[in-house]
Design a protein around this ligand. Structure first.
Ligand code: SF4
Length: 67
């Protein structure tokens, strides 16, 4: 298991994150879902990522931002 900052991830054979334990859902997500959350408008982010009232700040400060 590997960490970037305090966020856990599973690396592929090249060491690149293949799965990220997103702090917004405290569960494994794909890098594609992570990138989509970063690039779309707030209203298009799936509701399960917005349960934490501080989700925006958490995501903005996440080490996987612009990974
Ligand atoms: S950048 Fe946002 S969506 Fe991606 S892992 Fe971090 S908190 Fe989750």
């Amino acid at each position: 298991m590997a960490y970037l900052g305090n966020v856990e991830y599973k690396a592929d054979e090249k060491g690149v994150a293949a799965s990220v334990k997103c702090p917004l859902v405290d569960d494994w997500i794909s890098p594609t879902d992570c990138m989509e959350n970063q690039s779309v408008g707030d209203q298009f982010i799936p509701t399960q990522f917005k349960k934490n009232p501080d989700w925006k700040e958490l995501c903005a400060g996440c080490p996987f931002r612009d990974y």
